[in-house]
Design a protein around this ligand. Structure first.
Ligand code: ZN
Length: 157
């Protein structure tokens, strides 16, 4: 059973789509839909708490896009939660006084500590969040691979 993707108030189709090809995954399996809704809830909580725009660096990625990032050394993994559309890379708007570090603390304190959050390995410049744990039946073993060492600090996985 596939469901139509329902974006939250503050994420546009353009922001969610693959940044290279513009591909937007309109229908997704039900588990992915659930994982997205949880991720979007966390995003809207953050957006509402800070009450300012959030820059979305990356959301959905096609597997080919992910492969290219991997081949260019931009990412360490071929199997990212981004290819399922259950991950967001976020940073404060350029006019904001906030840091990605603030996003991290707001989400943890807001009760979203079960999200996978990566931040320190990106030099605290942006924050990756995903809800891949909700789709683990679907995504295993590709996403649930062990963390590389450099992810252990400042990552909640
Ligand atoms: Zn990411």
């Amino acid at each position: 059973m596939r469901k139509r993707v329902r974006l939250p108030a503050h994420i546009s189709e353009k922001e969610f789509a693959d940044s290279v090809t513009g591909t937007f995954p309109l229908y997704v399996p039900e588990e992915v839909y659930k994982a997205q809704q949880y991720l979007f809830e966390a995003f809207e909580y953050l957006r509402k708490t800070i009450n300012e725009p959030i820059t979305i660096l990356s959301a959905y990625r096609t597997p080919v896009h992910q492969l290219n990032l991997f081949l260019h050394g931009t990412t360490r993994t071929l199997h990212s939660a981004h290819i399922f559309g259950v991950a967001l890379d976020l940073k404060p708007h350029y006019k904001s006084k906030l840091k990605a570090r603030d996003f991290y603390h707001i989400l943890i304190e807001g009760g979203y500590s079960d999200l996978r959050i990566g931040i320190e390995s990106y030099g605290w410049s942006f924050m990756h969040i995903d809800s891949a744990f909700i789709i683990k039946e679907l995504a295993l073993p590709v996403i649930a691979e062990r963390l590389p060492k450099e992810w252990h600090r400042g990552a909640r996985w």
